[in-house]
Design a protein around this ligand. Structure first.
Ligand code: FAD
Length: 466
């Protein structure tokens, strides 16, 4: 009798629940095809996660004009993926999803689905929408490792990609699949950008990024880690060394300052720095987070998980104004994060956070926020983390010629991601300012096509001139 127990699937569900599925192989020697059938039966049968997915998939009405697709920034082929899943073609469904969005698996976990696909599902008007994200997650998770990715052909052209966040990864996949030689330059030691060094592990498993990296390497993409382009290697160096086109997808990694006294003290940190590696911080027991966006929620929830006893978000407006996603706010509350509303920071001291109270008043027709007189107070705390947004760093634009930026330091491009320097393209947060993963992917798909057009045109002209 052969009894093999395999911990085979780990699902990170939108609800944040980790589910492990244990499969026990039948008492027979199984060849691989039997194993696949067995696995498929498990998806459809008594595997509770698979059953949930099938039940959800069956609820889809297959609308003629699917509103879910219109609600998705990247037009995920939702009815087709559901159809394929139910007819037993999960791999085909996975390939379709990947082709449309190489970060489908990531998006299934971190997109604001309630505003996008699920928020537009017709069933949601009277009851619960189909849990599209869970279905996409199941399919993309299942198919990522087994998908056979091969370049269509070998093309002439050498492309340098600076930054390996969602924008850089998308461009790398699309151009490597077309057959170009692709090299990624990444300032950090691992790929992923915010996906690895911003979004906490409890929301997005870093294992997904390692799996995406394996796929890139399989396709022949060269990854050069720990390489900050700009101060040492410049754009000029890349062109000198034979890169035909360069893509900039460097994101927004410069924290916005509060510009108040005390900001340089040892117990004051910036959100984006803290999230990179929370383990190295000793925050103490009582922590204040300034700001109330998604990043602030991630910081507060991480600090609690790393041992802080009390974490409070301080925000200058009311609960109804909080810019974070509703779900992120709910999760923060569930995790025990406290809130101090209508308070604005004026100074940080060794003892804690000095604030003034604020209130909304009417100024003619308009509402405005003012500080209350004589309302200053101190919240004693051990650490303060500032989470009031990020802007782009200038490593590349300050050290290379011809890349125009706007007043916020964002790279100026046309609709296809062409910068003001020939052969240099850009997309993602470094162009749009802080947005979302799916926005970075959507934009980068168009930019990849523009790079393809540019490089293929260059070689066509060269070959015709020979
Ligand atoms: P990034 O992800 O920032 O990647 C840029 C990469 O470039 C980084 O790896 C960086 O190290 C590298 N780099 C920078 N400069 C250089 C250089 N000079 N040389 C070499 N490499 C360089 N979006 C969602 O959709 N859902 C979420 O739940 C969500 N949560 C978020 C949580 C946090 C804490 C943050 C900060 C953002 C979150 N976002 C979320 C936003 C989303 O992650 C970003 O919009 C997205 O990552 C942008 O992708 P990008 O490729 O443009 O940039």
């Amino acid at each position: 009798m052969i009894l093999v127990e395999i911990v085979s699937d780990i699902h990170y569900h939108n609800s944040g629940i980790l589910q492990k599925t244990r499969y026990i192989l039948p008492e027979e020697v199984v060849d691989i095809s039997t194993w696949c059938d067995f696995t498929r039966d498990k998806i459809r049968g008594d595997d509770p996660m698979g059953k949930h997915i099938v039940d959800e998939a069956k609820r889809c009405l297959q609308c003629k004009n699917p509103r879910c697709v219109k609600g998705c920034p990247i037009s995920t082929p939702i009815p087709e993926m559901i159809d394929l899943l139910l007819e037993g073609s999960i791999h085909e469904a996975g390939e379709k999803l990947f082709k449309n969005n190489p970060l489908s698996l990531v998006c299934s976990l971190v997109c604001p689905h309630e505003k996008q696909c699920e928020g537009h599902c017709i069933l949601g008007t009277k009851s619960n929408p189909v849990q599209i994200s869970s279905i996409e997650n199941y399919i993309s998770d299942y198919s990522l490792d087994v998908m056979d990715l091969k370049a269509e052909e070998k093309l002439q052209g050498n492309i340098g990609i600076i930054g390996s966040g969602p924008a850089g990864i998308t461009i790398a996949f699309i151009l490597a699949l077309k057959g170009y030689s692709v090299t990624i330059f990444e300032a950090h030691d691992q790929i992923g950008g915010v996906l690895r060094y911003g979004i906490p592990e409890f929301r997005l498993s870093k294992d997904i990024l390692s799996r995406l990296k394996d796929k890139l390497v399989e396709l022949g993409v060269v990854i050069r880690p720990n390489t900050l382009i700009g101060p040492v290697i410049t754009l000029e160096d890349l062109f000198r060394d034979g890169f035909d086109a360069v893509f900039i997808g460097t994101g927004v990694w410069k924290p916005r300052k509060l510009n108040i006294k005390g900001e340089s003290l040892g117990h004051v940190h910036y959100a984006i720095d803290y999230l990179k590696n929370p383990e190295v911080y000793d925050l103490g027991e009582k922590v204040y987070v300034i700001g109330a966006g998604n990043v602030a929620m991630d910081v507060a929830r991480t600090a609690l998980r790393k041992g802080a006893k009390e974490v409070t978000i301080m925000y200058r407006k009311g609960m109804e104004d909080i810019p974070a996603r509703e779900y992120e706010l709910e999760y923060a509350k569930i995790d025990g994060v406290k809130f101090e509303l209508y308070k604005s920071p004026v100074e940080i001291t060794k003892e804690g956070l000095v604030y003034v109270e604020t209130e909304k008043v009417m100024d003619g027709e308009k509402e405005k926020l003012v500080t209350k007189d004589d309302s200053e107070g101190l919240f004693p705390c051990d650490s303060v983390i500032i989470a009031i947004s990020q802007g782009p760093k200038a490593n590349i634009v300050n050290n290379s010629k011809g890349i125009e930026t706007d007043l916020r330091g964002l790279v100026v491009t046309d609709d296809a991601g062409r910068t003001t320097r020939e052969g240099v393209f850009a997309s993602g947060d470094v162009v749009t300012g802080a947005k979302t993963v799916v926005e970075a992917v959507r934009y980068s798909k168009d930019v990849a096509e523009a790079i393809h057009e540019y490089v293929s045109g260059k070689y066509k002209n060269m070959n015709e001139g020979q």
